[in-house]
Design a protein around this ligand. Structure first.
Ligand code: SF4
Ligand code: SF4
Length: 381
C-alpha cells in the first residue's frame, strides 16, 4: 500500500500560482512519471451540477487545465469528463461544461468527453456491487486520474477521491444504488468497490476553495488553500479528512477502506509531504453523519415517530420553481409535484438526499427536527 500524500499550498486559482503549486505537488512523488506517450488518460473530475467555479461544488477548471497541460506535454491523449446527477447526454453535459468553465481546458489540447454511451460492467473483485452501467469514457481509458473536490456530503459525510468514482455509473442509474445498497455500510462498500475497480493511477484533491455545510452541491465555499495528491485515493481522503476534523471511523468510505486494508486508520501512519498544520481548519462546518438515517418504509407508530422526530428529512424552501427534478431523481418515488410544489411522502423517504443534491435551485435542504438537535447536543455534552 502506497501511503504517500503530498499537501501543498495554493492560495488561489491564478495560473502562475497554480503552476507553482503543481511543481510542489508532483516533485516529491514523481506525480506524472507513469505517463507514456500515446496513453489515453481520463481525468475524472467532479461535475456534480452545472455550477460556476466560485460555488466550490466542482473541481476548479484552472487546476484541471494545469494538469491537462502537463499530461499533454508528457504525450498523453487527455479527456476530461464525469457523469453528474441527472441524465447523461450531450445536452446536459454541454450545460455543465459551460457553467463550470471547463471549456478552458481545450486550449491545452485536451478534450472534453463527448461519448455519452454506457455499458454493462462487472467488477471481478467487488464485494458489494457486482454489476452496473458504467460510462464508456472511463472504460476506454488506459489510465484514470481522479480529480476530486474537498467537500462535505449530506449522505456520506465527506466526498473526496473515493466518492468521486461514483460518477463512473451512468446518469440516473446512480439513483437505483440507493435501493440496492440502503445502509451507510453497504453504500460505502459499493463506493470502495467502484474506486478499486477504476483504480485511479493518481488522485488529486482540490481544497483551494473547499465546501463546508450543506455539501456536496449547496454548501458554503470555504478557502483552505490546499492542493493534495496521492497514488492511493484512500490515503488522500484520510489526509484531507484529517484537515477538517474527520477521523476514519466517522467517514463510512474510509472505515471500509481501512477494513479492507487499503489505507491505515490514522494519519500518523501516512507518509505526508507538507505540513498539515498549515491547512487545518478547526471550525469546518461538517455534515454530521449520525443525522442521516436510512429508515425504510416501515409501518407502525414507532417508525412514524422515529421518522418524524429523530430523522433528518428533506424540505423544499421558498425558492422552489416546481421543476420536478427532485421527483425524477428520487430513488423511492417519494416525491410528486402538485401545484408546482414537491409533496414528499416521508413514509417512503429513506433520507438519501439525492433530491437535495440535485435540486437546481438549492432550495431542497436537509431539515433537522428540534428533537434530533437536542439529542445531538446531549450526545456532545
Ligand atoms: S428540484 Fe428543487 S426547484 Fe425543482 S421542484 Fe424540486 S425542490 Fe423545487
Ligand atoms: S425524498 Fe429525497 S431524501 Fe427522500 S428518498 Fe427521495 S430523494 Fe431521497
Amino acid at each position: 500500500m502506497d501511503n504517500r500524500v503530498v499537501l501543498t499550498g495554493c492560495a488561489n486559482y491564478d495560473p502562475e500560482v497554480v503552476a507553482e503549486a503543481f511543481d510542489r505537488l508532483f516533485d516529491p512523488i514523481g506525480g506524472l512519471d507513469w505517463v507514456k506517450p500515446g496513453m489515453r488518460v481520463a481525468v475524472k473530475v467532479n461535475f456534480v451540477l452545472a455550477k460556476s467555479p466560485e460555488k466550490a461544488a466542482t473541481t476548479h477548471p484552472a487546476l484541471v487545465k494545469e494538469l491537462c497541460r502537463r499530461l499533454v506535454e508528457h504525450g498523453a491523449e487527455v479527456t476530461v469528463g464525469d457523469s453528474p446527477g441527472g441524465p447523461y447526454n450531450k445536452a446536459a453535459l454541454e450545460t455543465v461544461y459551460l457553467a463550470t468553465g471547463m471549456r478552458t481546458i481545450l486550449e491545452t489540447g485536451a478534450k472534453l468527453n463527448e461519448d455519452f454511451t454506457d455499458q454493462e460492467v462487472c467488477p471481478p473483485d467487488a464485494e458489494t456491487i457486482h454489476s452496473f452501467r458504467g460510462i464508456s469514457f472511463l472504460e476506454q481509458a488506459d489510465a484514470i486520474v481522479d480529480f476530486c473536490k474537498l467537500k462535505t456530503h449530506a449522505l456520506m459525510g465527506y466526498t473526496g477521491a473515493c466518492k468521486n468514482m461514483f460518477g463512473g455509473i451512468a446518469g440516473l442509474y446512480k439513483t437505483e444504488c440507493h435501493y440496492r445498497f440502503p445502509t451507510h455500510a453497504q453504500f460505502a462498500s459499493m463506493l470502495v468497490d467502484l474506486c478499486e475497480y477504476y483504480k485511479p493511477v493518481l488522485s488529486i484533491c482540490d481544497g483551494v476553495l473547499a465546501m463546508e455545510g450543506n455539501g456536496p452541491s449547496f454548501g458554503d465555499p470555504r478557502p483552505m488553500g490546499v492542493l493534495a495528491a496521492s497514488f492511493n485515493p484512500h490515503a488522500l481522503d484520510l489526509a484531507c479528512c484529517d484537515l477538517i476534523g474527520l477521523q476514519a471511523g466517522q467517514v463510512p468510505t474510509l472505515a471500509e477502506a481501512v477494513r479492507r486494508g487499503l489505507c491505515p486508520e490514522t494519519t500518523d501512519q501516512l507518509e505526508i509531504y507538507g505540513d498539515p498544520e498549515l491547512f487545518r481548519v478547526h471550525d469546518f462546518k461538517l455534515q454530521p453523519l449520525g443525522d442521516i438515517q436510512f429508515v425504510r418504509n416501515h409501518n407502525g407508530i414507532v417508525y412514524s415517530f422515529i421518522k418524524h422526530f429523530v430523522t433528518t428529512r428533506p424540505v423544499a424552501g421558498q425558492k422552489c420553481v416546481g421543476c420536478g427534478k427532485c421527483a425524477v431523481v428520487c430513488p423511492e418515488k417519494a416525491i410528486v409535484i402538485h401545484n408546482r410544489r414537491p409533496q414528499i411522502n416521508h413514509r417512503k423517504c429513506v433520507s438519501c438526499f439525492c433530491c437535495v443534491e440535485f435540486c437546481p435551485q438549492g432550495t431542497m435542504r436537509p431539515f433537522e427536527p428540534f428533537t434530533l438537535r437536542l439529542l445531538h447536543k446531549a450526545r456532545k455534552n
